[in-house]
Design a protein around this ligand. Structure first.
Ligand code: EPU
Length: 453
């Protein structure tokens, strides 16, 4: 397994570019199943979760072409409307094919995702929404089987709690349902808005994306489209925190500042200067002592749970006690124990973490437990004295594109060390999924069996 070896204590200076959003690209790829015409998606990030989704779509019946960050998917027929356990256990977002499959082919069989490193994460709301649209759901042998032989029918769906992929799954089902669907208490995340933008280009009629009430007027058929995925706000936010934690001067380019308002506000309250030197760029500097701020994770436009771990690392460098409250997932503090191994002083009290600082972190061997936890350990390593080794880097590879190269470009001393087996695997991952030799298919099966993102 690959590791990162980081020599801390260097401030980051320079520009770091943002890739396309993983959590936007995943539903966009699934949406390509809704039409028998080609869908071309640009700014697809080259991260492992995208590879996993592409492999799943190829198994389902998509033809796949890629060129750098552009992917073209064409699904003339649904060959196998199934997301098998082997894929779902490595990536929960595989359940995003449930809505499109049942809408297009009247049938879907998707493995039920189990719990994961950050919480129990059921998909009962996805199921509830599809049932409201008339799908017959049967849960058996660890699989969710959905059937709608006569098609789906629009309905009013009120979600008891806000779910991002649940909203996306249901919108994708509703675009091919007869009549109108109203989703109440819908997620307002930029990724939902981006999906709706793509679906609209494919001919769907959607109103209210970005608000908590989404109305979908179903169509008999959707057509092909071309779409550019939005920048990854979580990746951009991670780089802003990297600039702040090293007291450097970092400009994150190719991002969407509007999507980062909550983080920018918290960084400013902590004493960082965040400016917008040009459209799509944010510059962060820390010119005075960092102060602690309290943070509570919330659905968008609140503070993103996917930036909580990274912000906790930053708060170890601030003066005072910061209270970080996690409201979205029940078990998303695994990074705290590892940060403590680097000298941090963090106490967990249920859903709250009390972080006392400032602490001179000291390099140590640490283990990543999930995608964003890994990012926080990398950030801590950049600020620590001496050498930090972050083990289980496969977590970070699921959602950050070449993070070590991007950080090194701004002066970070970080390198990847891996054994030969891993390097061979990485080079095989660079091939198109439909060109992989059969003994490498599906390579995602060989990933460690954890699915946090
Ligand atoms: N929930 C239910 N029932 C459901 C669905 C969700 O109880 O049917 C609960 C969850 O257990 C959780 C809360 O509702 O406590 C919110 O979960 P949500 O469904 O919004 O999360 P998700 O759609 O599974 C996406 C992102 C996550 C991100 C969350 C929250 C993707 C592929 N994943 O997950 O991203 O943390 O929204 O913003 O979009 C990551 O990228 O590292 C990552 C974990």
């Amino acid at each position: 397994m690959d590791k990162f070896v980081i020599t801390g204590g260097t401030d980051l200076n320079g520009e770091i570019a943002t890739s396309g959003s993983k959590n936007s690209a995943l539903p966009a790829l699934a949406a390509a199943l809704l039409t028998d015409e080609p869908v071309t998606l640009r700014r697809i990030p080259r991260v492992r979760d995208i590879r996993t989704m592409e492999r799943l779509l190829v198994d389902i019946g998509s033809h796949f072409d890629e060129d750098e960050e552009t992917v073209r998917l064409h699904t003339p027929n649904i060959v196998s409307p199934e997301a098998p356990y082997e894929l779902v256990k490595t990536m929960r977002a595989s359940s995003l094919v449930l809505g499109p499959l049942v809408a297009r082919s009247g049938r879907a069989r998707v493995s039920a995702p189990g719990g994961c490193a950050i919480g129990s994460r059921p998909i009962n709301l996805h199921i509830f929404g599809l049932e409201r649209l008339g799908a017959k759901i049967n849960q058996t042998h660890g699989y969710i089987e959905a059937e709608a032989p006569d098609g789906l029918k629009g309905a009013e769906v009120h979600f008891d709690r806000i779910t991002v992929t649940g909203t996306e799954d249901l919108v994708m089902a509703a675009v091919l349902a007869r009549g109108e669907t109203v989703i109440d208490n819908a997620a307002r995340e930029p990724e939902v808005v981006d999906l709706c933008a793509l679906l609209s280009k494919m001919g769907a009629k959607i109103e209210g994306a970005g608000t908590s009430i989404i109305r979908v007027h179903g169509a008999a058929k959707l057509h092909g489209a071309r779409h550019m995925i939005i920048p990854d706000r979580i990746e951009a936010g991670t780089f802003l925190i990297a600039g702040a934690i090293t007291r450097g001067d970092v400009t994150v380019t190719g991002c969407e500042p509007e999507h980062l308002r909550a983080l920018i506000s918290q960084l400013e309250q902590a004493g960082a200067s965040v400016t917008q030197p040009s459209a799509g760029a944010l510059r962060v500097r820390v010119l005075a002592k960092l102060k602690t701020v309290d943070v509570t994770t919330e659905e968008h436009p609140g503070f993103a749970t996917d930036l909580q771990a990274q912000f906790m690392a930053l708060m170890t460098q601030a003066e005072g006690i910061s209270i970080i409250t996690e409201t979205i997932f029940e078990n998303r503090f695994m990074h705290a124990q590892e940060l403590d191994r680097m000298g941090a002083n963090i106490r967990i009290d249920g859903r709250r973490a009390l972080v006392a600082g400032p602490i001179q972190l000291s390099g140590a061997q640490v283990i990543a437990s999930d995608l964003r936890a890994s990012a926080s350990l990398v950030l801590a390593g950049l600020a620590a004295s001496g050498e930090t080794t972050v083990d289980r880097v496969y977590h970070i590879d699921r959602g950050y594109e070449a993070i070590e190269t991007k950080l090194a470009g701004a002066g970070a001393r970080i390198r990847r060390v891996g054994d030969k087996r891993t390097s061979d695997k990485q080079s095989s991952d660079k091939q198109s999924p439909d060109k992989l030799p059969s003994d490498k298919q599906p390579a995602a099966n060989k990933q460690p069996e954890e699915a946090s993102a």
